[in-house]
Design a protein around this ligand. Structure first.
Ligand SMILES: [Zn+2]
Length: 535
């Protein structure tokens, strides 16, 4: 799943890449534009997080043919039913989510209008049905006939949903959900036969889901954060009265709540608290790397963790850690004349125990358009290799240029040396990157990093590229400058042996301490280890 900050509210989409890979996207409003009538900070974070969860549940459970409807009224009614259904399935799957779901319901309920203030009958009944269906209670008073109608219709839907969730095939679920949607429109008499077909009684037209519209920053209820908090408190008090003291033994009903759930809903569950703490631990940006933009998109790393690659690289590394090897460098135990003749800036030979434990390693990734055809393999190589290096305690920094789906073409940073450890979050940012930067500004990349490299003196700086920068002489000059402060190496993957050979020549001519090009991902691990194990 990819999380991409664009637009106003939350949305999701299933898409296939040109290569036929199935991708899931969650679009989220950019955090700093997400203004809610809530205390900024933790409270807002919880609603934001719930938005992501809700969309993820659509991706998991909503049948594909129900994502787009031709009829806006049917789409709105269906989405109310579906919003309830997918959230129920979500907490059945992960019961720990109950308190956070309750919190988002409390917030939504606080923002929704009181039904008795809605003059139009259809709009009033539509709103009451929405509240009853999603949150489980109606705000304000209806007369008895209307209240009974809404309650009976909701009960009918709840009965049908139980049946539908038992179906195995998506097409049966879809067919029945369509029947239920039509039936609700009929029972509640929501369609005005005299109105134009695109008009419907939900006050938040424009959004596919009138419930989701509640969480958009442009949903303006005209309430202050204090008023919203007061109403949420009222919601929790009323829910508390229905709550059980202990969870019941039999299979848990997703809508069953306990006193403990309410307590956690008021305060925030343990996971969300620690997550928020982590997310807000930010430092001021180091001016030396200010031109490098943090990657904000995330994608699933599962397809990029290559088990074989990880095993191979692990084995190669272990070999190096126990063995000794003569290496040549700028300084060393003895002057080696043959090596002096071969590469004049590394004339000394030393026998050293090779290890990457605790070494500082800077990775620079070229995600330019020319890398596009191999980008899946490059991401596999990076994510798998870093996992191994991280395990042996290398301190990794990761920079590059490419496309972040949320921000377009950028000089990006995924992790700095100052951040303590490489985590899954870093890997998922690498997974989200796309190789379609319009040019290959490798020389500029080196120049923008020179202060940082001079200061940190990484044990090794690894560039992933195909050896075709925009400005070859500039790149050569930057490499020779940086070689004073770090060991500069590079690797690439060609399309087969001939291409790899050609690439190896190009890389070599740029003047790295060492470089390698391999014909495919399979042959990379031993070469990469030889390249990376620092002197
Ligand atoms: Zn929804």
């Amino acid at each position: 799943m990819n999380v991409i900050p664009v637009g106003n509210g939350f949305a999701s989409q299933r898409r296939q890449t040109p290569a036929g890979k199935k991708m899931c996207y969650v679009y989220v409003p950019p955090w700093d534009k997400y203004d809610l009538p809530l205390k900024a900070g933790f409270d807002k974070y919880r609603i934001y997080r719930s938005g992501v969860w809700h969309e993820a549940m659509h991706l998991r459970y909503t049948p594909q043919d129900l994502w787009q409807w031709r009829d806006p009224l049917a789409q709105n009614v269906f989405n109310i039913i579906e919003d309830r259904r997918i959230e129920d399935l979500g907490v059945e799957y992960w019961q720990g989510y109950v308190p956070e779901r309750l919190y988002s319901h409390a917030y939504g309920w606080a923002l929704r209008p009181e039904v008795d203030k809605i003059a139009d009958k259809r709009a009033r009944i539509a709103e009451a049905f929405l509240q009853r269906m999603v949150v489980g209670k109606v705000k304000g008073k209806l007369d008895k006939a209307e209240a009974d109608l809404v309650e009976q219709t909701a009960k009918y839907v709840e009965r049908k949903l139980k049946e539908i969730n038992e179906f195995k095939e998506d097409y049966r679920k879809s067919a029945e959900l369509r029947v239920v949607t039509d039936e609700v429109i009929k029972r509640l008499d929501l369609r005005d036969p005299n109105a134009p077909p695109d008009q419907n009684p939900f006050p938040n037209a424009g959004a596919k889901s009138p419930w989701e519209a509640t969480f958009r920053p442009d949903f303006k209820p005209g309430k202050t954060p204090e008023q919203v908090e007061e109403e949420m408190d009222k919601f929790f008090k009323e829910k508390e009265e229905e709550a059980k003291d202990e969870p019941s033994d039999e299979k848990k009903d997703p809508n069953e709540i306990t006193k403990q759930d309410i307590k956690a809903a008021r305060e925030g569950s343990a996971e969300v608290k620690s997550e928020y703490q982590q997310a807000t631990q930010t430092r001021p940006t180091d001016p030396a790397i200010a031109s490098w933009i943090p990657v904000v998109s995330h994608a699933s790393i599962q397809t990029y963790r290559d088990e074989k690659f990880i095993r191979d690289m692990d084995a190669q590394l272990r070999k190096w850690q126990t063995g000794y090897e003569t290496i040549v460098g700028k300084t060393g135990a003895r002057l080696s004349i043959p090596d002096y003749i071969r590469h004049q800036d590394e004339p000394f030979a030393t026998r050293l125990k090779r290890s990457v434990m605790g070494k500082k390693m800077l990775i620079i990734a070229d995600f330019s358009g020319s890398m596009g055809s191999r980008q899946e393999d490059y991401k596999k190589a990076l994510i798998s290799a870093i996992e191994v290096l991280n395990k042996v305690g290398s301190n990794i920094a990761f920079f590059g240029f490419g496309s972040d789906p949320a921000q377009g073409e950028i000089f990006f940073r995924v992790k700095t040396f100052e951040e303590p450890k490489w985590t899954v979050r870093h890997s998922s940012k690498v997974a989200a990157l796309e190789a379609d930067f319009g040019s290959t500004p490798l020389g500029s990349a080196y120049r923008h990093l020179s202060t940082y490299i001079t200061r940190h003196k990484p044990d090794i700086t690894v560039t992933m590229t195909d050896g075709e920068p925009d400005n070859v002489s500039d790149v050569m000059q930057q490499i020779s400058q940086l070689k004073k402060h770090t060991r500069m190496v590079a690797f690439g993957m060609g399309d087969g042996p001939d291409d790899a050979q050609d690439m190896a020549k190009k890389l070599k001519s740029l003047g790295y301490h060492k470089s390698v090009a391999v014909p495919d991902l399979r042959t990379l691990p031993p070469q990469l280890v030889k390249l990376m194990v620092p002197t």
